[in-house]
Write a protein that binds this ligand. Structure first.
Ligand SMILES: [Cu+2]
Length: 407
């Protein structure tokens, strides 16, 4: 009896664990080297954690396109920034890249910097984890960091009025709905009727036997032929007729646009050359969940600088030097005391120093980045953030092969 209870407990615990994991929606599924060395997100922020239906939520941030783009991932020749939400609980009303309104996909340039802004409008009440993410053609989605957003209010109060080029104001929630339902219903009925017509007759084996017996002429009756002829004529007539009617009713329409947008990168933000970093070696200690990097740093700025952050795949390992928005300090993607240096002293202008940097936290494991050591491409990529005494920030992006340690 006790054993049985124990087993039941085990099953329940597993189920409960399964339920808690179900909150995630694929953000950890992609191979670590793709998350670390394609789109390198930083400064991502959300305007408001609690909103009402119809309110705006703005997601802003920046990303660097890694120089060391993985050889196995197609180049970002067509990329589309979107927001990952569980279902149509928000609508996207505006989207900008480097300040330009942005509708279609763009080609991103490895080594370049971009800044984005997406404005959403809350539609369905609930609590949702929302992420900015990139859909890269032939490579798939690369998730940015996510945050919980709580939408309150009444779903029925949602409205989405849009003014058409003809000057008419329409509500996108209900516009053309009846027409859509009518057409789906019509073709569903025609299809189902045709299917039932044949299903109600003798099926495969009886037909096969009749065919074998040389009675194939009986398989298709004159009535079948007549109905087929009617359908053959009626379907194109209905489609072409309805098309002509729609053209007539809406003479001015714009087709969906298939061209790429062209948006230039920002003036370099990351790897400007002011601070130069070369990571000579990186070791990942599996039991300690710690990445130890030996970095050669050259300070080409006119000020003493200190290291404050290592960021990779939306995770942040920071120390007391880092300037972080207060909401991020308790975020589960930020290791608030996760960054350690063997020498904390500021690096003087013109100085070249080799520093041991370690990024240590269980998030390597919980965010499933430790799988890097079992990948065919075990190269680490990430951003290092430096701060000078005048509050200026310098960012570098570098990459290095990782050697695992199991002791
Ligand atoms: Cu999420």
């Amino acid at each position: 009896m006790l054993k049985r209870l124990g087993f039941l407990g085990c099953v329940l615990t597993t189920l409960a664990a399964g339920i808690s994991v179900a909150h995630a929606h694929g953000e950890k599924a992609l191979e670590p080297f793709i998350r670390m060395r394609t789109i390198q997100w930083y400064d991502v922020s959300w305007s408001n954690p609690t909103v009402e239906v119809n309110d705006a939520v703005t997601v802003t941030g920046r990303f660097h396109v890694a120089e060391d783009w993985p050889i196995g991932v197609p180049k970002p020749e067509a990329a589309y920034l979107n927001i990952s939400v569980p279902g149509p609980v928000m609508i996207r009303t505006e989207r900008y890249l480097n300040g330009q309104p942005w509708t279609n996909s763009v080609a991103l340039r490895p080594g370049a910097d971009y800044d984005f802004k997406v404005v959403l409008k809350a539609r369905v009440p609930g609590r949702y984890h929302i992420h900015p993410f990139f859909n890269l053609k032939d490579a798939g989605p690369v998730m940015g960091p996510g945050r919980w957003i709580e939408i309150g209010g009444d779903a029925a109060a949602f409205s989405n009025p849009v003014k058409t080029l003809g000057g008419e104001v329409i509500d996108m929630e209900s516009y053309g709905l009846a027409t859509g339902v009518m057409w789906h219903g019509l073709w569903l009925l025609v299809g189902l009727a045709w299917l039932l017509w044949w299903i109600s007759r003798p099926l495969f084996f009886p037909r096969y036997k009749m065919l074998e017996a040389g009675r194939e002429a009986e398989l298709v009756t004159p009535l079948d032929r007549r109905i087929a002829k009617v359908i053959l004529v009626a379907v194109p007539v209905v489609v072409l007729g309805a098309n002509a009617m729609a053209q007539n009713a809406y003479p001015n329409t714009i087709p969906l646009q298939a061209a790429l947008d062209h948006i230039d990168p920002l003036e370099p933000v990351v790897n400007t050359g002011a601070v130069q970093v070369k990571i000579l070696r990186a070791e990942y200690r599996v039991p300690g969940r710690s990445m130890a990097m030996t970095a050669q740093i050259f300070n080409g700025t006119g000020h003493p600088i200190r290291i404050g952050e290592f960021a990779t795949a939306g995770l942040r390992f920071i120390n007391a030097v880092a300037v972080v928005p207060s909401q991020d300090e308790t975020d589960h993607l930020t290791a608030a005391a996760g960054l350690h240096l063997d020498n904390d002293a500021p690096i003087q202008p013109g100085e070249r120093r080799t520093v041991m940097i370690s990024a240590t936290d269980a998030i390597w494991e919980t965010e499933k980045l430790d799988g890097l050591i079992r990948d065919a491409d075990s190269r680490l990529g990430g951003l290092l953030f430096f701060y000078d005494d005048a509050g200026q920030r310098y960012i570098t992006s570098s990459s290095v092969a990782v050697i695992p340690r199991f002791d």
